[in-house]
Design a protein around this ligand. Sequence first.
Ligand SMILES: NC(=O)c1ccc[n+]([C@@H]2O[C@H](COP(=O)([O-])OP(=O)(O)OC[C@H]3O[C@@H](n4cnc5c(N)ncnc54)[C@H](OP(=O)(O)O)[C@@H]3O)[C@@H](O)[C@H]2O)c1
Length: 266
Amino acid sequence: MRSHPPITCALVTGASSGLGEEFALQIAPRVGTLVLVARREPLLAGLADKIRAWYPHVAVAVFAVDLRKQEEREKLVETLKERNLHPDLLVNNAGLGDYGEFASADWDKLQAMLQVNIEALTHLTRLLVPEMILRGGAIINVSSLASLLPIPDFAVYAATKAYVSGFSEALRIELKEHHIPVVAVCPGPVRTEFGKVSRRSPDSPGMPAKKSFYVPKEKVVAEALAGLDRNAARVYPGLQIAAAALVLSALPMFALRFVMGFRPRR
Ligand SMILES: NC(=O)c1ccc[n+]([C@@H]2O[C@H](COP(=O)([O-])OP(=O)(O)OC[C@H]3O[C@@H](n4cnc5c(N)ncnc54)[C@H](OP(=O)(O)O)[C@@H]3O)[C@@H](O)[C@H]2O)c1
């Protein structure tokens, strides 16, 4: 049984690739309107065509937005109102990582991570939640298994996701009285463009992860949406990831610190 009223209009950020594209595809059969947001408009337009062909009942609107920029976020929400689009599902999925030591990190990339992973997610939620309180709604925030850990060489990324999980938990309590579920989805490694974007150069190493830990994006999104339907606070998609999350959540910080000290570095 669904814990929330039917969704009529879903807004997915970062819909041009990876998990965001998959969210759009899996949400499409459940909604009347989909709003797709990212910077790469041609990819969004291609996805919109595919969704219209597969689900002719769904209206798809595409917005090329650089989520780093406050004025673009505000313009997006203004335009939605002008076009009478009222998202009652917000999927804050857009995000990026940066793999490498902190001391040599490029500030622009660190700033982009803070702006997209934290600021845009918080700002879009702030802009859309008042109307959700009036009309009903639901929020999915894409966090990460990394939110549970201090990760050397991934320090800022993991910390942005700790923010996403913490913010989602508190917001969930605030919005409970309005019957607006908030779900933090915490995937482990998934094959998307994330790995490429996280690398500092094409030949620099990527984040080390066991092959068996990878979970297909289809499964991540299916479990996220099932989590929303049963009003789960957090979803760790995939059995191995869920088991790892259980162990990590039970460990005290001194033990995590000790274990992470032995983690293979770049
Ligand atoms: N893949 C993994 O292993 C993994 C694991 C745990 C959590 N996650 C999280 O899952 C989410 C989706 O990532 P993914 O794996 O699907 O990676 P991805 O394939 O690189 O997708 C990232 C999406 O974010 C969008 N984006 C990035 N910067 C943006 C900006 N300034 N403005 C607007 N959109 C922006 C990108 O669109 P444009 O480039 O077109 O703007 C793209 O659609 C992220 O929050 C990520 O942290 C991923």
